[in-house]
Design a protein around this ligand. Sequence first.
Ligand SMILES: Nc1nc2c(c(=O)[nH]1)N[C@H]1C(S)=C(S)[C@@H](COP(=O)(O)OP(=O)(O)OC[C@H]3O[C@@H](n4cnc5c(=O)[nH]c(N)nc54)[C@H](O)[C@@H]3O)O[C@H]1N2
Ligand SMILES: Nc1nc2c(c(=O)[nH]1)N[C@H]1C(S)=C(S)[C@@H](COP(=O)(O)OP(=O)(O)OC[C@H]3O[C@@H](n4cnc5c(=O)[nH]c(N)nc54)[C@H](O)[C@@H]3O)O[C@H]1N2
Ligand code: SF4
Ligand SMILES: [Mo]
Length: 671
Amino acid sequence: MPTTHSVCPLDCPDRCSLDVTVEAGKVTAIAGSRVNPITDGFICDKVRHFTERQYGADRLLHPMRRSGPRGSGQFERITWDEALDTIAVRMREARKVHGGEAILPFNYGGSNGMLTQGGTDEWLWRSIGASRLARTVCAAPTGEACRALYGRMASHDFPDFEQARFILIWGANPKHSNIHLMPYLKAARAAGAKIALVDPRLTMSAQYVDMHLPVYPGSDAAVALAMIGHLDRSGRVDRGFLNAHATGSDRLLSRAREWTLERAAARARVKASDIAAIAEAYAAAQPALLRCGWGLERNRNAESSVAAVLALPAVAGKFGVPGGGYALAASPAYDVDDDRLAGKPEAPTRSINMNRLGRALVEETRPPIDVLFVYNCNPVVTIPDQNRVRRGLMRDDLFTVVFEQVMTDSALYADILLPATTFLEHTELSNSYGTYAVMLGAPAVAPAGEARSNEEVFAALAERLGVAEGMPRGEALLRRALASIGGPMGGDGGRKEDALERLRRDKILRFDFPGERPVQFVTTFPTTADGKVHLWPEALGDDPYVVLPDPGDADPRHPLALISPATNKTISSSLAEYGFREAVLEMHPDDARSRRLADGALVRVHNDLGEVVVPLRINREVRPGVVFLPKGLWNRHTRNGAVSTAVSPDHVTAVSGGACFNDARVEVQSA
Ligand SMILES: Nc1nc2c(c(=O)[nH]1)N[C@H]1C(S)=C(S)[C@@H](COP(=O)(O)OP(=O)(O)OC[C@H]3O[C@@H](n4cnc5c(=O)[nH]c(N)nc54)[C@H](O)[C@@H]3O)O[C@H]1N2
Ligand SMILES: Nc1nc2c(c(=O)[nH]1)N[C@H]1C(S)=C(S)[C@@H](COP(=O)(O)OP(=O)(O)OC[C@H]3O[C@@H](n4cnc5c(=O)[nH]c(N)nc54)[C@H](O)[C@@H]3O)O[C@H]1N2
Ligand code: SF4
Ligand SMILES: [Mo]
C-alpha cells in the first residue's frame, strides 16, 4: 500500500516521523517511520489511532452558529462566508468601541507546527493591535530559569543517554510523556547505569529505577539546595569548574548550606538519608545526566526549584562529556525569530496571562474583552480554575469564536464554531522540542467536510479586516518559517532556499552541530552575556532560591496535594475523546484507610474552588499525602462534568507567571 510521509505535530517532545497509508481517499493506517531516527519505526497508541479523531463522531465538519444558550452545545450550520463575515463585523465593532485590545486571541499547544501557529495568526493579531497573550500555561518557569542560568545552551539529545552511568530523572515521566527516551534508558541500564527518580509517584518499574525520592509536590527547591549543601560539606563540589565557568557560586553555596538534609527532608516529607544517597551517587558517577522535566514547575515555587535543580550539574562538575550535563527542552537552541515568523514586529499592546483567563474575562475593564478567539487550545479543561473560566465564558456580552477539529468542552461555548483541518489534511513544518530536527509534512488526504487550515482562516479574516497586504502565504510562508529558525540551523536567506530543497528531498533537516549531537561545554556553551553559568541569576529576582511554604500549611481543611500530570492516554486534552473512558483518582492505601475509602468507591475531590467526582483507585505508587488525576480529561470523563482544573488555583509563579496546577490542595470524601 502506498504511504505518505508525515510528522506528528502534537505537543510531545518526540516529534515522530510517520508513514500514513491512504486507501480510496481515506487514511487507513498511521505508523512510525525511520525518517526521524528517534522515532525508530514505532509510535504511541494515541496517534496510531488518530483516525478515530479524523473520522470520529466528534469531528467538526462545517462552520456553525450558536442556536441555544451558551455552553449548551446547540448549533446550526452556516456557510464559511457567513461565519467569517460575522467574526469580521464583531472584531471591527470591538476595535471601534474599545480598540484592538478588546480582542483576545487564545491559543497554545494544540499544534506545534510553524505554519499553524505564529505565522498568519500572529500577522493578523499584530496588524489589528489585539491584546497579547502571555503563553504561560506550560514551560514558562522552566524556560525562564534555564535561560537565567545558561541562556540558550543546547540540551542533550536522546541517544547520549546511553553513555550516562547515572541518570537523575527529576519531575519527568518519560514512560508516558517522552516514550522514545525509554529505549535509551534501557540501553544505559544494560550498560550498567543507575537511574534515580525524584517524583511524588513511582512512575517506572524496578526494571528501570534504582533509587526513588518521593518528594512532596513543590518542595524541589529545598531538596536540590540540600543536595548542593551536602556536596559542599562533603567536599564534592567541582571548584575548578565553578571558578572557570560560573558566577554566583559562593552565594548559591552559602544559601545551600542553610538547607541541611534534615530541614529539606522535613519540607519534602522524605528521608534525609535518601536525599544524601542520591546526591552522593550522582556526584560519584561519570558521566551523569540530569533529565529535568516539567512536573516540578507547576507550583508557586517553580523558578527556584528549576534553578536549584539545574545548578546541580554545574556544582557537581558534570559537563564536558557526552552523556553528562542536563537534558531539557531543545527549543531554546532553535532560537526562533518570532517577529520574522509573524512577518511583523509585536506591538506593545496589553498582555493577558492565559492562566487567569476566567479573571480576565470578568475583571478586565480597560478595555473589557469583547471578542475571544480560541484556537489550538481547549481552555475549558486545560486552564486553572475551571469554574471561573466557565463563568467568564458565560458573560452575556462576550463574543467567542472557537476554531477546532472536534467538539471539545471549549467548543461548546462558541458563538461561532469553525472546523479546522488536522495534520493529515494540511502542510506543516514541525520543529521538535525534544530533539534537533525539522520536518515537513504534506497533506495525505483532502479536508474532511468543509474544514480549513489555520493559515487559510487567518488569511481570510485578515482580508476581511483589510490587513492582508504583504502577508506571506503558501510557499512564501513556508520559506519564512524555515528562515525564522536560528541557532545551529541558522544561516542567511540564500542558504535557507537550499534548506527547503534539502528538506523536500530528505524529509528532515538536522541541526548543524560540530559533531552529531550537542555536548555541553564541548560543542555548545552558555549564551549568557559573559558565557558563564549564572548561579545567582539576577533574572530570577532578588532571591533566586526562595523556598516558599507549602500552600497546604495555610489550609488545614484540604490536606492532600492533587497533582495532574501527563498520561499515555492523551496529549494534554487532545485525543481524549477516544483516549479515555472514565477517569479515576489514585490515592495511597494509608490515605484511603484513614478516610475509610475502599478501592472503586465513588469519591468527591474538593476544595473551595470546586469539586470532581470520580471512582477511587488505591495505588501504592502515589506517595501518601498526594492524590493523582490525569491531565487532559474532558468533562464527560468524570461523574460531575468537571476536571482537575476545577480545583486548581489560578495564582501564578512569581517570575514568569506560570501555572500552578499542582498547588491544588484538596480533601477527598465518599460521594
Ligand atoms: N503521552 C503524553 N505525552 C505528553 C503529554 C501528554 O499529555 N501525554 N504532554 C506533553 C506536554 S504538554 C508536556 S509539558 C510534557 C510534560 O511531561 P513531563 O515533564 O513528564 O511533565 P508532567 O507530566 O507534568 O509531570 C512529570 C512528573 O512530575 C511529577 N511531579 C508532579 N509534581 C511534582 C513536583 O512538585 N516535583 C517533582 N519532582 N515531580 C512532580 C509527576 O508525578 C509526573 O510523574 O509532556 C508532553 N508529552
Ligand atoms: N490539570 C492540569 N491541566 C493542565 C496541565 C497539568 O499539568 N494539569 N498541564 C498543561 C500543559 S503542560 C499544557 S501544554 C496545556 C495544553 O493545553 P491546550 O493548549 O489547551 O492543549 P490541548 O488540550 O492539546 O488542546 C489543543 C486543541 O487544539 C486543537 N488543534 C490541534 N491542531 C489544530 C489546528 O491545526 N488548528 C486548530 N484550530 N486547532 C487545532 C486540538 O483539537 C485541541 O483540542 O494544558 C495544561 N493543562
Ligand atoms: S504523540 Fe509523541 S510519541 Fe505519539 S506519535 Fe506524536 S510525537 Fe510520537
Ligand atoms: Mo505542556
